[in-house]
Design a protein around this ligand. Structure first.
Ligand code: SF4
Ligand code: SF4
Length: 432
């Protein structure tokens, strides 16, 4: 190779070990053509209050490998930023509704790019402009009109109690007339969805057997509103939250216990931030029951391998990984095994951030649903039961079991159904 003072500039003639690389070996130092792009679209995003961190990304790509949507498609904050820089209008693009706000990207992002703030903020603007998937719009309308996304009448919120066997009491706080230890915030899916009601009934049996002093709000309860907020409907969230807080304030209780992680997130983290909002002591049901393990009298075994799916809003968003696992391990017979992606790196079921109401819309932009992917991971552990602790997940994963032809291989059960069965309750035998 020719040696001279300009060795790092492209040479007319260059040889390495006798191979002619003239004009090729250091071309990177020449002027290069940079692809044109405009910062206009990006500035439109970062100008929205709450979405500022979209501008902090420095393209390191750590987020892409952990994004559950990228595993079934093409996604992640790094890609969104780049696409916006090169022309995508996020305010009017289907990618706006694919993020489930699972929080895994935020966990690894060195620049604190926060999709949990960016997505709701941009979606709020898009909603005002009328860009919203039809099925999501319906869920939001239902929430506004009926106080729940399923569009069920408020008076039916307590119908599930009627199907409980005699002797299992579910007191409505209005008729209790005294302070109770626990205000049980039941939630929409446990109150209305058939599979959610199974879990609600199991919870009532277990609370009764353990002598827990509780009551529910009954027809005064509204949707917790958190998923509506993350889907971009902040005003609706505030409306629902105000009604729930007004109901809480009418009665006396020591603490709130919730069935769902989204209610936990709303009441613990979001209600106090509102104007006129308040802090309420609140726990997820697994966090309450873990204190009662020694009092649980198990009369049945569940001799089977079980794996547990961490809900994003119980785990990553609220830091609880152990209570559900301790409960599962306490049930006689259960062998608990972990999926590769668990705890801090748990894989999203696809239901968060409004994803519960965009399944038909999102599937056009993904190879498969996140819940289907997760079911395959659960089957891969050799488990027969996929245990869950979020009311969104039972129906999502049961659909996933069917969609992936795993019927007869895996069943889905809320942890409370397993506890109830093991304590001799009416929840069906999960062993097959
Ligand atoms: S991890 Fe953060 S900084 Fe890195 S590419 Fe993703 S969003 Fe950008
Ligand atoms: S919040 Fe979850 S789904 Fe959304 S971009 Fe981040 S990792 Fe992907």
């Amino acid at each position: 190779m020719k040696q001279n003072d300009n060795r790092f500039l492209e040479q007319e003639e260059a040889f390495i070990d006798g191979i002619d690389v003239s004009g090729r070996w250091n071309r990177m130092l020449l002027d290069r053509v940079i692809k044109d792009f405009s910062i206009e679209n990006k500035e439109k995003v970062t100008a929205v209050p709450g979405a500022e961190s979209f501008g902090w990304c420095y393209q390191c790509a750590q987020c892409v490998t952990v994004c559950p949507v990228d595993h079934v498609g093409d996604y992640g904050p790094r890609k969104l930023v780049r696409w916006v820089e090169t022309g995508m209008d996020l305010f009017n693009d289907p990618n706006l509704y694919l993020c489930t706000t699972c929080g895994n990207c935020y966990r690894v992002c060195p620049k604190a790019v926060d999709m949990m703030k960016i997505m709701p903020a941009v979606r709020e603007e898009a909603l005002l402009e009328g860009f919203v998937p039809e099925e999501l719009e319906k869920a939001l309308e239902n929430s506004s009109r009926y106080g729940n996304p399923l569009g069920e009448p408020a008076r039916k919120r307590v119908d599930w109690i009627k199907t409980l066997e005699e002797g299992v009491g579910v007191p409505i706080i209005k008729s209790v007339g005294r302070e109770v230890d626990w205000m049980w915030f039941v939630g929409d899916y446990p109150a209305y969805h058939p599979r959610g009601q199974d879990a609600a009934r199991a919870m009532a049996r277990v609370f009764n057997k353990l002598g827990i002093d509780f009551a529910i709000l009954g027809v005064e309860e509204q949707s917790d509103g958190d998923s509506q907020r993350l889907a971009g409907e902040k005003g609706l969230f505030e409306q629902l939250a105000e009604k729930n807080m007004a109901a809480f304030d009418k009665y006396e209780f020591k603490e709130i216990v919730v069935t769902g992680p989204h209610a936990l997130n709303a009441i613990r983290n979001e209600y106090p931030k509102m104007e006129g909002g308040k802090e309420y002591p609140v726990r997820h049901y697994t966090q309450l029951l873990v204190d009662y393990i020694d009092k649980m009298e198990f009369t049945r075994e569940i001799p089977i391998r079980v794996t547990f799916h961490d809900p994003c809003y119980l785990g990553r968003h609220n830091g609880e990984y152990e209570a559900p696992r301790k409960l599962l391990k306490a049930i006689p017979g259960i062998e608990l095994v972990e999926m590769g992606r668990c705890k801090e790196n748990g894989y999203c079921c696809g239901g968060g951030g409004g994803g519960m109401w965009t399944d038909s819309y999102s599937i056009d932009f993904m190879k498969e649903r996140l819940s289907d992917r997760r079911v395959k991971e659960a089957v891969g552990t050799g488990s027969k039961i996929l245990a869950v602790s979020c009311p969104y997940e039972v129906s999502r994963f049961e659909d996933g079991v069917k969609a992936t032809n795993n019927e007869g291989m895996l069943i889905v059960r809320d942890i409370i159904e397993l506890i109830d069965y093991a304590m001799g309750g009416d929840s069906p035998n999960p062993v097959f």
